[in-house]
Design a protein around this ligand. Structure first.
Ligand code: ATP
Ligand code: MG
Length: 402
């Protein structure tokens, strides 16, 4: 079936009246970006919906891409006709023909947003119902659960016909919710946390701590690959790579082993917060899920979170590992995350860290160490890369912001 266009229905954005202009603009940008490989396409954005004009492009690959863009409630490939009954009948027939096979049931769902049209909703339903019944011998009506729901929408400028309503990704368009820093490890969880934050409209920058030569170039590349996957959702992402060796060595030398994990996480959070401040972010996002590992008990989070007042968002907090893996698989990060290259925590952190660290104790141990200068030099030495889809095959865009 060659469709003319795809109708896009906005998700929650239609409820956000005051910000609608911004929402529509960001959504349009997101769709444009997702469809960059289809130059014939035009986007016609209105206040209450959007039309993607295909101009000859096939609808399936376009739908596949647009389905993933946040901020869309549902989409329908549609044919446009003049507001003229014979033309509408012809379009209805063509469309039904591509969906009908013997034994299928149907119904007509008419919608008339322009009341000047010669028929009202019931009139359209009846006329087109009868027309389809006579055109397709053997077809029957089922108003409750039809196999085919032929939607006919009469608007001021034209009539749109469609038989499919495809669910969109939901959420809010990226960029409508402010900026936050994602603490991106090489693991399974943090990319998923970033993805879910983007779903709520957040623009991300990622921060990764690495400890050369204890962590390899391949471990760094793995994180770049994960960031690249996230950039496929957002168009582009800044990745800050923090040299963390000095801090980790200092902690190993000074802090008792069972508190080194807590001290390490606190230092990471302090550094992440400094980078956030420089970049104008409003929150920090982690892939923590309650009770998953030693650092993710409430006691641990309490002792770690103590270093900052900045909101720390944990989108996975109540998710089970299997649920997280499902999203990671869908997102395409799972296969990258399970590659074996160790990150800095796996190497330095002892096999049995304290699951219920005490804040007072960690403060006491930390008092023997001057964190400020080594953390400042970690921020100073941070390498910032702008990652866009295909980054690793292109190798472009290296710039050092600090
Ligand atoms: P993940 O699968 O995201 O690595 P995890 O279950 O392994 O999570 P932890 O290793 O305890 O859990 O890490 C908890 C969170 O701390 C991670 O989700 C991530 O947000 C952050 N984090 C851990 N290591 C790093 C790192 N090297 N660089 C940046 N952030 C990190
Ligand atoms: Mg991890």
């Amino acid at each position: 079936m060659q469709y003319d266009r795809i109708l896009i229905r906005y998700g929650e954005i239609s409820t956000k009246k005051r910000n609608r202009g911004k929402f529509v603009e960001k959504l349009k940008k997101g769709i444009k970006y997702a469809l960059a490989g289809h130059p014939s396409i035009e986007i016609d954005a209105e206040r209450d919906r959007m039309h993607i004009l295909l101009n000859g492009a096939p609808s399936e690959p376009v739908i596949e891409k647009v389905r993933k863009v946040f901020g869309i409630h549902s989409l329908s490939p549609a044919i446009r006709t003049e507001r003229d009954i014979p033309a509408m009948k012809e379009a209805a027939f063509t469309l039904m023909k591509s969906f009908y096979t013997e034994g299928k049931t149907f119904k007509i769902t008419a919608k008339r947003s322009d009341k000047t049209f010669e028929l009202d909703t019931d009139g359209i339903n009846q006329l087109f119902g009868a027309f389809i019944l006579t055109s397709f011998p053997g077809i029957t009506v089922n108003v409750r659960k039809p196999d085919i729901n032929l939607q006919i929408e009469v608007r001021k400028e034209a009539v749109y016909l469609s038989c499919e309503t495809i669910r969109g990704a939901g959420g809010l368009p990226i960029g409508t919710g402010g900026k936050a820093m994602l603490m991106l490890s090489g693991g399974i969880d943090s990319p998923v946390a970033g993805y879910l934050a983007m779903k709520r409209g957040v623009e991300l920058e990622a921060i990764h701590f690495h400890s050369p030569p204890f962590t390899s170039e391949r471990a760094k590349q793995k994180v770049i690959d994960l960031a690249e996957k996230l950039s496929e959702v957002s168009g582009s992402i800044l990745l800050h790579i923090v040299p963390f060796t000095e801090v980790q060595q200092a902690i190993k030398a000074q802090i008792p082993e069972n508190y080194s994990m807590t001290a390490t996480r606190r230092s990471m959070l302090r550094i992440a917060d400094q980078i956030r401040k420089k970049q104008g972010g409003l929150a920090i996002i982690t892939g923590e899920s309650l009770g998953q590992v030693a650092s993710q008990t409430l006691e641990s989070m309490y002792a770690i979170n103590d270093v900052t007042n900045t909101p720390v968002l944990r989108p996975l907090i109540s998710m089970d590992k299997t649920e997280i893996i499902e999203v990671a698989t869908e997102l395409g990060t799972y296969d990258i995350s399970i590659l074996p290259y160790e990150d800095c925590c796996t190497i330095f952190v002892p096999s049995s860290p304290k699951t219920k660290p005490k804040k007072d104790k960690v403060l006491y141990y930390e008092s023997f160490l001057e964190f400020e200068p080594i953390e400042a030099s970690a921020v100073e030495g941070t390498e910032t890369i702008r990652i866009t889809p295909g980054y690793s095959s292109k190798t472009v865009g290296m710039d050092n912001l600090f």
